[in-house]
Design a protein around this ligand. Structure first.
Ligand SMILES: [Fe+2]
Length: 186
């Protein structure tokens, strides 16, 4: 018997966003719940480890509201694959399930006023392992890379479905910013 099912997690998410408006307060309350939900993996399916070969990772949508708010994904990353520097334009809580994901954080040096241009500098990096969760604010910029030998899998909870936030992906070397849209599996 599952102790903390998806329905209960979603009910808790809805309750928290009904009580809080500050992104930091929202993610602080969700973080321990994401860790709790990923601690009992009786809900986990083998297909959640599947990745899109072309993309290098697979997004498996567990839940979103009809208006695309409160999106919960399992994301699988193939070994040696990841996503270049990107923002989310919504709050995020990521909790490790299997394998390891290396996260590099960046700070933006320009004011964002020049379309398509972004000057980023690296600020910190860490590797996320199962049992630990991290939070991101809407304008935070990071890259993610599976630096392990196996497929890495994590639970991602966002304030809004990622393909509905108008977020960006960045090329740090060429200092460019472009729209970021990802393929999502059913
Ligand atoms: Fe991200």
């Amino acid at each position: 018997m599952q102790t903390y099912a998806l329905d209960q997690y979603v009910a808790d998410l809805r309750h928290i966003v009904s009580e809080e408006t500050d992104d930091g307060a929202i993610t602080k309350r969700i973080k321990p719940l994401a860790e709790k939900f990923t601690a009992d993996r009786s809900w986990f399916k083998d297909l959640y480890r599947e990745v899109d070969e072309e993309q290098g990772f697979g997004l498996h949508l567990l839940f979103e509201e009809d208006n695309h708010d409160l999106a919960v994904f399992v994301i699988a990353w193939a070994p040696g694959k990841g996503l270049a520097a990107h923002n989310h334009k919504t709050w995020a809580v990521v909790s490790g399930i299997e394998g390891q994901e290396h996260e590099t954080n960046y700070a933006r040096q320009d004011d964002g006023s020049k379309p398509g241009f972004a000057d980023l500098t690296m600020t910190a990096e860490e590797t996320l392992f199962p049992g630990k969760a991290v939070c991101c604010m809407p304008e935070d910029i990071h890259s993610v890379w599976n630096n392990g030998e196996e497929v890495a899998v994590s639970l991602h909870t966002y304030g809004r479905h990622l393909n509905h936030t108008g977020r960006s992906v960045f090329d740090v070397a060429s200092k460019t910013e472009s729209p970021c849209v990802v393929k999502v599996k059913d």
